[in-house]
Design a protein around this ligand. Sequence first.
Ligand code: ATP
Ligand code: MG
Length: 356
Amino acid sequence: MVWPFKEKVSHTDVNIRDDLSTQQRQFADFVRAFPDPVMVLDRNAVVIIANDPATDVLEIDPVGQHLSASIRAPAVLEAVTASLGGAAPSRVEYELRVPLLRHFDVYVSSIPGEPSVLLVLKDLTREQQIERMRADFVANASHELRTPLASLSGFIETLMGAAKNDTAAREKFLETMRIQADRMKRLIDDLLSLSRIEMNVHLRPSGTVDLAHVARHVADIMSVMAKAEGCDLRFDLPERLTVTGDRDELVQVVQNLVENALKYASTGKIIDITGRRDDGHAELSVKDHGPGIAPEHMPRLTERFYRVSVQESRSRGGTGLGLAIVKHILNRHRGRLQIDSELGRGSTFTIRLPTK
Ligand SMILES: Nc1ncnc2c1ncn2[C@@H]1O[C@H](COP(=O)(O)OP(=O)(O)OP(=O)(O)O)[C@@H](O)[C@H]1O
Ligand SMILES: [Mg+2]
């Protein structure tokens, strides 16, 4: 199969396509069927075939133009030149900065029997993002565990040394140690809970749950904390608000929202829990009248370990996993979380779930 190679390439993309023989067209169709961006270059490094994914990624139709018009990376151009000179297939990294930062692995290979080169771009952006998130996650989790662990080790040393025979100090230290150990246990429970929910994300729960009942149950569980914070829970719930779901998980969702309202917005004194139904969905809102959340934090609240104030959250025994768990549970339920907040006026966290 001989390509219509020209010494000087002055024709347009249409001309090049018109020049292709039936066999070449079949080959071009084959390339176009590929899901990854693929290009074929002639011996002058002019693009003679590019599939739609390549055109999308490069944001121009590169056919009929020298490769340097679409990929301005010396390493890729060098690999193409080497390949045209008979070098073995190679892989080169390529970074696209506009409109978004994307990383590609470019596979460059000569086509056997043809003075031409095949370029396949593999998008590594998502893989790299996942890898970074995994690394961040391990770093965050280790850091959160190390803090209480360091404090425990410190107290153990003191109890074995300086405070060995000091009964009063021992009592005090043991109490602090218990709090730190509880904190570590809660963190591990939350992490396990997250991984269990993630594992089941494709298994949609099938139970029948009354959200109005869940809300009242959570209010009972939280009543001691509400009293301690001087907060009243106010309800506006229908008799029943039934959804398809997993009751324990939905209790966990509502509990975290009410607990957050009590922890971060108790100055508002009243928390409104409202339920309503519209076609095919049930909604439950937890509204506080506390300090609210600044807009720049809102999109990040459901990230693991994200806290507006790490200090404040930690002092209340928080690890910043609550809303990440809420989001994962809602994903599994095909539901969603909406957060509305205004500084100085309070926040409303609304969960919306399909009733069927
Ligand atoms: N009602 C609220 N008012 C103001 N800030 C809030 C409210 N709810 C959540 N936040 C902010 O969002 C952050 C993340 O909440 P999230 O429930 O994920 O973690 P946490 O409560 O800090 O810890 P955890 O839930 O794991 O015990 C909180 O640390 C807090 O800064
Ligand atoms: Mg929380």
